[in-house]
Design a protein around this ligand. Structure first.
Ligand code: BV8
Length: 343
């Protein structure tokens, strides 16, 4: 691990490790930064733009109603990238922590499928915002849903246009190193033209060529993700509430609460690679804190470490480096097969 980019003060690592080892109930809230080292762009990366569109504005029911072809192209591109990406050591580290700490729960904002592909125990990861690889009928009343659809493209019309000229030419054009590296990592994941670049023409796709619902046969299929303005999946919300509402079997005789069962404490919350701007996901760290948790933020950008308090930790650096390192005392050294980064 190159300490140059990562900042891990020995005293912080020591106090964190001591707390981690005595922690049973741990919550993690990862965001796009967790998958950055796998080559997947974050929402704020590249200015949060896909072509000239604000990525968050494409992730809305309104955008799909007004231009389903464009929105499908956006998601087909992200399915393509995610399928060609590999989980990084941070995904594997969280999966291993789940095996070692049965009361560890990951509340992931990511729809890229990399945590499940890293073997994260399914009952210990909640996909708050759905998955790129689930599709469902746009007509809620139809109710059709198909999970784990990894066809790429999902329909021929959504294929990423083939690339005549080598991507290398394009990335060579960019001056600064970091962007070069990010471009190279991203380029490695695109078997075709990088259509996130608005200068690359994309076809207008007629509605008839888009995926249609095989059940009601009238409506379109849409990506199985949670769009802005849409509620999170009921099952996910109730599982999370069940975790936070879990009570301590041992009635607390002392402190005058007449043996009432107290909600179990949460010991630690890991906030990993997220700008903590999207709700309700951004609210879980303070909910964990209100239940006794100390918070550790892992991010490359200190300005995204929101409301750190006394006793918290901020680890500056790449999640793929930091997460395995700070969890090492519990999960051990990452296995060789897991030490792959994209590009
Ligand atoms: C709802 C799926 C209501 C789709 C996504 C309260 C206050 C204000 C607003 C609201 C509120 N409650 C609700 C809202 C509205 C809205 C919201 O939060 N808006 C925000 C923008 C203000 N919330 C909603 O609409 C939610 N629904 O509230 O329903 C409702 C109520 C009743 C009835 C009906 C409805 C639904 C929100 C879910 C939207 N879907 N994703 C898709 O992906 O296409 S959100 C999507 O954006 C992601 O899933 C993620 O959650 C978010 C992006 O954030 P991050 O993942 O953090 O990524 P970002 O790029 O921002 O940051 C990356 C970070 O990583 C940075 O900090 C960077 O420094 C760091 N980093 C980069 N590289 C690395 C790194 N760190 C470590 N290592 C690295 N290598």
């Amino acid at each position: 691990m190159d300490y140059r980019s990562a900042f891990l003060s020995p005293s912080d690592l020591e106090s964190f490790t001591a707390h981690l080892q005595r922690s049973q109930r741990i919550v993690a809230v990862p965001g796009a930064g967790l998958s950055a080292s796998s080559g997947l762009p974050t929402f704020r990366g590249a200015g949060g733009l896909w072509r000239n569109y604000n990525a968050t504005s494409l992730a809305t029911p309104g955008a799909f109603r007004s231009d389903p072809g464009l929105v499908w192209m956006f998601y087909s591109y992200r399915r393509h990238m995610s399928l060609n990406a590999k989980p990084n050591p941070a995904h594997y580290a969280l999966a291993e922590l789940a095996r070692r700490k049965p009361e560890f729960l990951t509340l992931s904002q990511n729809v890229d499928g990399l945590s499940p592909r890293a073997g994260h125990p399914a009952d210990q990861v909640k996909l708050l915002h759905g998955s790129l690889f689930d599709v469902k009928c746009e007509d809620e009343s139809c109710g059709y849903i198909r999970r784990d659809d990894f066809d790429d493209p999902i329909v021929p019309a959504l294929a990423i246009p083939a690339d005549e000229s080598s991507m290398a030419e394009q990335s060579k054009a960019r001056p600064d190193q970091a962007l070069q590296a990010a471009m190279a990592r991203k380029a490695a994941l695109i078997k075709g033209l990088d259509i996130s670049d608005a200068s690359i023409p994309i076809p207008t796709i007629p509605r008839s060529s888009l995926p249609h619902c095989p059940k009601c046969k009238t409506s379109l299929l849409r990506p199985g993700v949670v769009w802005f303005g849409e509620m999170l999946p009921e099952a996910v919300l109730s599982d999370i509430d069940a975790y936070f509402d879990e009570v301590d079997p041992k009635p607390q005789a002392e402190a005058g609460n007449k043996g009432h069962m107290q909600p179990k404490k949460v010991d630690l919350c890991l906030v990993i690679g997220t700008s903590s701007q999207v709700y309700p996901a951004a609210g879980y760290a303070s909910q964990a804190r209100s239940m006794g948790a100390r918070v550790a933020v892992i991010n490359t950008d200190p300005s995204d470490a929101r409301d750190l308090q006394e006793g918290d930790w901020f680890f500056k650096g790449d999640a793929a480096d930091i997460v395995p390192e700070i969890l090492k005392s519990v999960i051990g050294e990452p296995k060789a097969s897991e030490v792959g980064k994209a590009g």
